[in-house]
Design a protein around this ligand. Structure first.
Ligand code: F6P
Length: 550
């Protein structure tokens, strides 16, 4: 069904059927669902590439899943997916194709945008990145004074930062440990200060990552970095060429900044910022892990792309994860979604997913501009699991909110872990398995009493359980597995946007703040223009100026 003729989601027979099913489902407990079907734990799983995905601890039955799949069919998820893969302009508010999947397509694939096959250009940039990464890694590329590059500083924000910063952490054990790699995003000067304060400019390469090359935070930091470099080297503008490269779609602005276009790595307007770290935006990562590992990561992405494109609906992992989120948001009033990795290396993983999910599906009008009458994207949050256990898990276990959660763990510890630390992996994973068990099955009052607990404490020590979780168990944390995981989430977000009938690929919501910041800055610095401010902001600005002695 196309967007124009589409019945509002909450008026479709499929949505109504799910509503009725939800009423019947009532307070059905996972304890009951498992008792009714002892094989549930071995049956409600999917295997995709290196991922083992267990969805048995969800508040669903075969009937729920069938109804959700019917909803997806009626919403035309498969048609929109195919249109995306074909390069059609499904980002309608920006009139753009959505082709991050082309970034990991094999060399011989043909994917056309406006009649032109984009795959050769993708691989030409990857090859250029690989040649550059090799020159840095081998020491062949030298700075202005002839010293090899030892420090890489990526300057970017949002999609031009979160992806490479996250992936660098995830894949640390694959990185060249002799390189120092840092990421600067915040326009707070402290970020750049801390990143460069102990670096030798003669050994430092700045990678300025910005799709538009107009983002004020990035251009400001890049300008300050250039000043730091030229001052430190006591050099003129010509030194910039050896120490600055750009990742962008905007060659003109890159040249205006003074970066040689030969040192620009290109990508295209059909790559959304939050879908871009497998494009040129991943250059810092490629330098850190090497081109071969980077390509393994792309292969991992591609594997899940193919799965999403071709797997039947009953066995399609991104489809399933997307539909589960729709079930909880639409019928359990879940407002948030926790992503809880049991790996220290995934410490930035959830922050990355926040942009991916919340910038994509944080929308309240449909594709035609009508207000939506259903929940759209959840608040995505979380940090590595064991740390969370000693902080906020209390609320997940015994609070009043429905918080579906993804638990991500790995069968093997990373390969280069100190031998003395390998034994800790079983303890980590014991926690991983214990938490989803506790969340699902809880502890009944009778079980608490049986432990001899005083009656007045029984309610406090009871765990209601019935908290839904997905468990994703991967073999080990490799570049390919990272690609598989990210593609899984990308397509999950896609599925949800398709069902909710929103444009997941624009981000107009970030614009207003940018415009207002531009207006407020001269009020702070010059004291002019304040009369346009509302009374709260005017008072705050006045208080700030007083404290700054202005
Ligand atoms: O302001 C939001 C945003 O446009 C993101 O979507 C994007 O990832 C980020 O800013 C950075 O944009 P750019 O890569 O153009 O600097």
């Amino acid at each position: 069904m196309n967007a124009q003729s589409r019945t509002k989601l909450n008026h479709t027979p499929e949505w109504t059927a799910l509503g009725k099913h939800r009423e019947q489902f009532g307070q059905t407990h996972l304890r009951q669902l498992f008792a009714d079907h002892p094989e549930r734990g071995a049956g409600y799983i999917l295997r995709v590439g290196d991922l083992y995905l267990d969805y048995s601890k969800h508040l669903v039955t075969d009937e729920t899943l069938r109804l959700l799949r019917e909803l997806a069919d009626a919403a035309g998820v498969a048609e929109l997916r195919d249109a995306m893969f074909r390069g059609e302009k499904i980002n309608t508010t920006e009139d753009r194709a959505v082709l991050h999947t082309a970034l990991r397509a094999p060399r011989d694939a043909v994917i056309e945008v406006d009649g032109e096959n984009v795959v050769p250009a993708v691989h030409a940039v990857l090859d250029k990145m690989a040649a550059f990464a090799d020159r840095i890694r081998s020491g062949e590329w030298t700075g202005h004074t002839g010293k090899p590059i030892k420090n890489i500083v990526n300057i970017g924000i949002g999609g031009s930062d979160l992806g490479p910063a996250m992936a660098y952490e995830v894949l640390r054990s694959f990185t060249d440990r002799s390189l120092t790699v840092r990421f600067v995003s915040n326009v707070d000067g402290a970020d750049l200060h801390e990143a460069v304060r102990d670096l030798d400019p003669a050994e430092t390469l700045f990678i300025v990552a910005s799709k538009t090359f107009t983002t004020i935070e990035t251009i400001t930091n890049a300008t300050s970095a250039r000043n730091w470099l030229l001052t430190g080297l006591r050099a003129e503008q010509d030194a910039v060429a050896k120490h600055f490269v750009a990742l962008s779609t905007n060659a003109e602005k890159v040249a205006d900044f003074g970066i040689d276009i030969a040192n620009m790595f290109e990508f295209w307007d059909w790559v959304g910022g939050r879908y871009s770290y497998d494009s040129a935006i991943g250059l810092s990562l490629m330098i850190a892990i090497g081109p071969d590992r980077f390509r393994e990561m792309l292969d991992g992405f591609h594997l899940v792309d193919e799965h999403f494109r071709t797997a039947p609906t009953e066995a399609n992992a991104p489809l399933l994860l997307g539909l589960l989120g729709i079930w909880y948001g639409g019928f359990f009033d879940a407002q948030s979604h926790a992503v809880l990795p049991y790996s220290h290396y995934l410490s930035k993983f959830t922050a990355y997913l926040q942009q991916l999910d919340m910038e994509s599906n944080g929308k309240s009008v449909d594709r035609d501009g009508n207000p939506v009458e259903w929940q759209t994207g959840p608040v995505v949050w979380g940090t590595p699991g064991t740390n969370g256990q000693h902080a906020y898990y209390q609320l997940i276990h015994q609070g009043t909110k429905v918080i579906p959660a993804d638990f991500i763990g790995f069968a093997e510890p990373v390969a280069d872990l100190l031998p003395g630390l390998v034994a800790q992996h079983d303890l980590l994973m014991a926690n991983f398995f214990a938490q989803t068990q506790a969340l699902a099955f809880g502890k009944t009052p009778d079980e608490v009493r049986a432990e001899g607990v005083a009656e007045e404490l029984v309610p406090h020590k009871t765990f209601r359980g019935n908290h839904p979780t997905t468990t994703i168990l991967a073999d080990s944390l490799t570049p390919s597995v990272l690609g598989q995981l990210i593609a899984l989430y990308e397509h999950k977000v896609f599925v949800q946007g398709a069902v909710w009938n929103i444009d997941s690929f624009d981000q107009w919501g970030v614009e207003l703040g940018k415009v207002l910041a531009k207006k407020i800055e001269p009020v702070l610095t010059e004291g002019t223009g304040g009369e346009q401010l509302d009374s709260s902001t005017a008072a705050l600005v006045a208080a700030y100026r007083t404290r700054r002695g202005r």
